[in-house]
Design a protein around this ligand. Sequence first.
Ligand code: HEC
Length: 191
Amino acid sequence: MIKGVVAGLGLFLLCGSAFADEAALKAQAAQLTGAYAKELQATMAGALAKGGPLGALDICNKQAPKIASDLSKSSGWSIGRTSLKPRNAASTPDDYERKVMENFDARLARGEKPDTLVSAAVVEGKDGKLFRFMKAIPTGAICLTCHGANVAPELKQKISQLYPSDQATGFKLGDLRGAFTLKKVLDGAGD
Ligand code: HEC
């Protein structure tokens, strides 16, 4: 027992600062994700109220990528959304994102709550170390209008005009729709 504590303390002294950095990065990523989600939600709610689903489609098409790029610029992180069945081809996952979402899907199927589906890790990328953060996006009732199994024909038509390779329909309530995905390049200084 005491041995365990001493060993644990040694490990903490060795790695404590790396853990602390990771915890701080994770907290920052979670906060940015919250801000991003809130802005997307507000934009979507306003657009639906003003122009119904057809009007909201146009706004989502123009605003969703802009919200992500503005927040990326102001924060210094790369911020976006991805999905195993993307609507916008630009949201196609990389291998890392695909694996994390497959894991989220499996955990959701085992009954875990969507809110707990979060992943954070330091990974080795082509350009050095990256901190990567992902958070699951579940399918809510309102999402089914544009992502469900019975999308209205005029909506469907407009979606395929805007997104010829759309895969993001056929979702059911509670399905994993996708994930927020954040990246930050770590310069490695001080390691
Ligand atoms: C009015 C139609 C509409 C509604 C309602 C809607 N979406 Fe979307 N969704 C879109 C469009 C259009 C895009 C593509 C945006 C872009 O070009 O980046 C999209 C993209 C996404 C993406 C990004 C990944 C991808 O597939 O390109 C996620 C994740 C997503 N939606 C989740 C949701 C969730 C969750 C809800 C419910 C809270 C929802 N959507 C409601 C139209 C809609």
